[in-house]
Ligand binder design. Structure first.
Ligand SMILES: [Zn+2]
Length: 302
């Protein structure tokens, strides 16, 4: 237990995952997760659906994670895909300040471009202004199509709006984009996909080539084919392939903590001095149990 490496997955959509995933992640060393707000696979038709989703990210999901010994934080924003419904987008934008101030919200995100439409551009910029005003970190989703141009444009726009690149995490990088991101002083996050795109064998080579400064590994696991253990698996593959432990620690834990702890809401003490798991606890009268014995750690009173 003592020398098990601590892992942070700074991009994972736990709402779409099961309690088995939480258990497996905790067993693999994941101590904290960040859940970006995103689209749900099907477009929402009314602002109330966004409101309930945001509320679950700051409420129920955070509670659910705690029941498995994992600290849960989130990022709040209007995703690029749904920015294209402008009437709805206007209403969602109005809602954001209410949630950006909540206890476990560590950044504005995930925002950026999908198809790089004028509406996406408009709401991306609007949210960058919001982040600047609130002095918050930004988590940027880069497009999967036309990735290189979309990544460059995302960074240009951030700089144009006067954001500090050191407070902007550019996600879903690959070997084609990483150099540009690091050279401009942004944080480069890599999503490890189990079957296609960025696999963890490739990630090992990225760290070997570019080092561990300003590089973050995440799973982006969601409702699609994805792996919530991508970060711990990549960490162990890196060690196996001779990457120094220090570099693994930075890319799979420390760099994410450094940037996302900026507004003081995500703190290492949260998991270094755990209160213990008490599954007898309820959230609005609901528990994660289905009639089984709750797990209650004996040492929870500290
Ligand atoms: Zn995502």
């Amino acid at each position: 237990m003592e020398d098990k490496m601590m892992i942070i997955d700074p991009h994972v959509h736990m709402t779409s995952r099961t309690t088995d995933d939480y258990e497996a992640m905790a067993a693999a060393g994941v101590v904290a997760v960040i859940e970006p707000s995103f689209w749900l696979g099907q477009p929402r038709t009314q602002v109330g659906s966004f409101q309930d989703y945001f509320s679950s990210l700051v409420g129920w999901e955070r509670f659910r994670a705690s029941q498995f010994g994992i600290q849960h934080y989130c990022t709040i924003g209007l995703n690029s895909k749904e920015a294209n419904n402008e009437a709805l987008a206007e209403e969602v934008i109005e809602l954001l300040p209410l949630y950006l101030h909540k206890e476990n919200v560590v950044a504005v995100g995930e925002i950026g471009y999908d198809d790089q439409t004028p509406a996406e551009d408009k709401y991306f910029r609007m949210q960058l202004e919001m982040a600047k005003e609130l002095d918050m970190v930004v988590q940027v989703h880069t497009p999967h199509r036309d990735k290189k141009a979309g990544t460059l444009k995302s960074m240009e726009v951030c700089l144009e709006h006067g954001l500090d690149p050191g407070k902007v995490v550019i996600d879903h990088n690959n070997e084609e984009t990483v150099r540009d991101v690091l050279d401009r002083g942004f944080i480069a996050a890599f999503t490890i996909y189990p079957k296609t795109k960025m696999g963890n064998e490739r990630m090992v080579e990225v760290v070997r080539k570019f080092g561990s400064d300003n590089i973050i590994v995440d799973s982006s696991a969601d409702w699609g084919v994805s792996d919530p253990l991508a970060v711990p698996k990549t960490a162990s593959l890196m060690l196996k392939r001779g990457i120094a432990k220090e570099d693994v620690h930075k890319t799979c834990y420390q760099n994410a903590l450094d940037v996302f702890s900026y507004n003081g809401k995500m703190k290492e003490e949260d998991w270094l001095n755990p209160k213990g798991i008490n599954q007898a606890q309820l959230y609005n009268d609901n528990s994660v149990l289905r009639g089984q014995e709750p797990r209650i750690d004996a040492d929870q009173i500290k």
